[in-house]
Design a protein around this ligand. Sequence first.
Ligand code: NAP
Ligand code: BGC
Ligand code: ZN
Length: 355
Amino acid sequence: MQAIAVRKGEEQPRLVELPKPEVEPGEALVRTLRVGVDGTDHEVLSGGHGGFPEGEEQLVLGHEAVGVVESAPTESSLSRGDVVVPTVRRPPEGVTNDYFERKEPDMAPPGQYVERGIDGGHGFMAEYFTSPVEYLVPIPDNLAEIGFLVEPISITEKALELAYASRSSFDWTPTRALVLGNGSLGLLTLAMLDGYEEVYCLGRRDRPDPSIDIIEKLGATYIDSRETPVSEIPHAYEPMDLVYEATGYAKHAFESIEALAPNGVAALLGVPARGWRFEVAGSDLHREFVLNNKALVGSVNSGHEHFEAAIDTLSALDESFLDALVTGVYDLDSFGTAFETDDRTIKTAIEFHSL
Ligand code: NAP
Ligand code: BGC
Ligand code: ZN
C-alpha cells in the first residue's frame, strides 16, 4: 500500500510503499479516507517537534484521520462500514500506564506516550491503518468528508474545558475573546467561540487574504500583530477575558498576561521550537498575574470525551465556513500540494480512498 512518510535527514514528505498492516487481536483494520495537515505536521517535517519510532529510519505522517472500518473484532462495538476517527496517543511499546488506565492519555507527560504521526509512532497517512478498537471514535456517516476536522476541534474542546475550569470557582461571565493565530487551529477555534459579545483574531497578513475574509465573515475583528503587538491590544481595543494562543510564537505566552482583563484566562496551545531566549518584565508580569487573579493554562492533545464533543461541534459548524477553511483536498498523485504553505492555503487534507 502507499503511505506518506518523512525519512531521517529529510524535511520533505515522500510517497513510500509499505505492506498492508496485519491486524493484531483487539484491533480494527481501517480503510483511510482522508487525513488533514496542520502546523504540527510542518513542525515534525522540519525536525522542530516529535520523533521517529525507535530504531526506524522513517515516520509515517498524519494524525488527523477519518476512515471506514474494514474489519473489527466480533466482540467489539464496531462493525465493517462504520466511519471512525482515531485518537492520537498510544502507550509506549504497547505497555499501558496509569494515564492510559484512567483513560486520560492526553494528561500523560512526555515519555509516557507515543503520538501517532508525530512522536515515536507511525501515523495514519497510509491507505490502511490498524488500531485497537478503544482508540477509534465512531462518527456519523454524513461527517465522513470532513471527519479529519474532529481531531483538531477536539484539541480546542479540551483547552476551553481547562480554561473554563480554572475560572469555575467564581462568577465569571466572559464577553471578550482573542484568538492568537489565523492558521487552521485558530480559525476553527474562532468559529467555536459562542456567546461572546466581541471576538478578535490576530495574524500577520496583508489584505486581501482568505483567512482575514473568514475572520470577518465570522463577525470577528482582525488584528495585525505587526501594527498592534499582543501587549498593546488592551489599550488599542479592550482587555480580553479569554485568550487562546495558536501561533506557536513564544513571546505570546507572556504577552497574553498583559492582554487579559482582571480574572481572565489564557490557554496556550502553540509548540514553539526550542532555544529562543528573550527578556520579559518578570516582576511586573508576576504582579499582574497575582493582583488580577489571572490564569494561564497549557493544553495538549485531547481525550475520548473531547472527540465526542468535537463531533457535535463539527455537525453544528456552518457549511460556508468549512468550505472556506478547507482550501484543498488532494489525492496521492498531488499529495505534495497539501503541504504547501502559501498565503492561499489554510486547511488541507489528503484523500487515500474516495468516500
Ligand atoms: P499554523 O497553521 O502554522 O498556524 C499558525 C498561525 O499563527 C499562522 O497562520 C501564522 O501566520 C500565525 N502566526 C505565527 N506567529 C505569529 C505572530 N507573531 N503574529 C501573528 N500571527 C502569527 O498552525 P496550526 O495548525 O493552526 O497550529 C497552531 C499552533 O498550535 C502550532 O504551534 C501547533 O503546533 C500548535 N498545536 C498544538 C496543539 C496542542 O495539542 N497543544 C494541537 C494542534 C496544534 P502566517 O501563516 O502568516 O505565518
Ligand atoms: C496534535 C495533538 C498533539 C500535539 C502535540 C497536535 O497537532 O493535534 O494530538 O498532542 O500536536 O504533539
Ligand atoms: Zn494536530
